[in-house]
Design a protein around this ligand. Sequence first.
Ligand SMILES: N[C@@H](CCC[C@H](N)C(=O)O)C(=O)O
Length: 276
Amino acid sequence: MVPFRKMHGLGNDFVVLDARAGDLDLTPDRIVGIADRHFGVGCDQFIVMEPGTRGADVFMRIYNPDGSEGGACGNATRCIASLVAGESGADRVVVRTISGDLPVERLPDGLWRADMGAPRLAWQEVPLARETDTLHLPIGLGPVSDPAACSMGNPHATFFVPDIEAVDVASLGPTLERDAIFPDRANIGFAQVMGPEWIRLRMWERGAGMTLACGSGACATLVNAVRRGLAGRRARVSMERGDLVIEWREADGHVLMTGPVATAFTGTLDLGAFGP
Ligand SMILES: N[C@@H](CCC[C@H](N)C(=O)O)C(=O)O
């Protein structure tokens, strides 16, 4: 039996397992089974905490419910940082991912701010399948077209739309995620700029589907909005169940994401029940 924790950031929810003391014998079948909302615990991402080494307090491995591995998860970064900080009493921890080290700090108001690093803006870095201006991808579907793309450690495309409520995210998302221009698939954001400091965002996540929030998606949206001249470098990004504050810092080009963390419940899992 293995203990787990169910956490979320604005409803973007995670099953968190702690493998820092030793391997947990997780297999693709087990990860997909536990992440399933009908046959398992259910989550948007399956997170495994592994030992941190050489300057990192913890290594965070990120799986989507389809079993694919992700390079970034902003909401989980805050959650995992809060867990590790809670153990040591520190106010600042470094969360390592396959895409890089992310320093996270606890703010006096109880929110957590993660330095998500610098966005990657070149077409090869997103990545895209061929040389393309990442500010204007030549793709579209139904009423949406002309997205901007960047990587926040994972690939994102943002469609700017005049009315976010009118977008059928569930029907557009699956096709756009797998457009041939995205060799690794992509997370798809639909954003309505309400003003220079306020953006509304709805997400279709690669390997996960519609989610209530996406931290890296909020970062990518602000970055793409700034590049398009649609927003200032600091804005509130409102998703289905709450807001993140995102700042694309001028001094070093890093993107700062501020938001809450929460634990919904804890429990134990019989890993063998989910496959060999
Ligand atoms: N929900 C996350 C992003 C999760 C990873 C994504 N589905 C991918 O495959 O890149 C966030 O809060 O950033």
